[in-house]
Design a protein around this ligand. Sequence first.
Ligand code: HEC
Length: 170
Amino acid sequence: MSKQDSHFFNNFSLVLGILFAVTICLFAFARHVGAEHQGAQVTNDPRYLASVKERLQPVDRVAVAGQDNSALKIESVGPATAGPALPADGTAAYNMACTACHGSGIAGAPKVGDKAAWAPRVAQGKDTLYKHAIEGFNGKTGVMPAKGGQTAWPDDLVKQAVDHMLELNN
Ligand code: HEC
């Protein structure tokens, strides 16, 4: 190899190296910015807030005598309108209500399978996990809505969903 060639290759490798380092810095910077701002943006998204608000609505509404109660009119009666069927078991319940947040770890929810995120929670004991899942929980990383928003579900079903989530961690 001529001297000129090796000079070229040295410079070329140097430039490649610098570009590579810049890439890594940009990546690290993006991760850093994302870690600080992404979660906050997700929780402040009006669509997200609206969906949480909708899911936290009480399941019952009260008709008041002497006021316009037409919004509460019962459209039709019969078994066909018995409301959405309950999921059959904890797995189905998890898939219906919990995976939205816990499947991908959205909005500060501990992601299933992320052992590090779950370890301190599991250490609290199952009763605390059940209680937080059923009553809702405003913790350090975000807000866990009561029963994942499915306030009409029986407590036992939510407990089964918690059990299923814990199984997925194994
Ligand atoms: C709207 C998003 C959302 C949904 C839906 C949701 N969770 Fe959560 N959940 C969270 C967040 C956020 C946390 C973490 C709260 C914290 O520690 O700051 C959490 C935490 C938990 C915890 C840990 C509580 C603790 O003490 O550390 C359990 C158990 C749990 N959720 C169960 C469930 C179950 C069961 C469902 C479905 C019935 C469900 N979650 C649905 C957002 C959600």
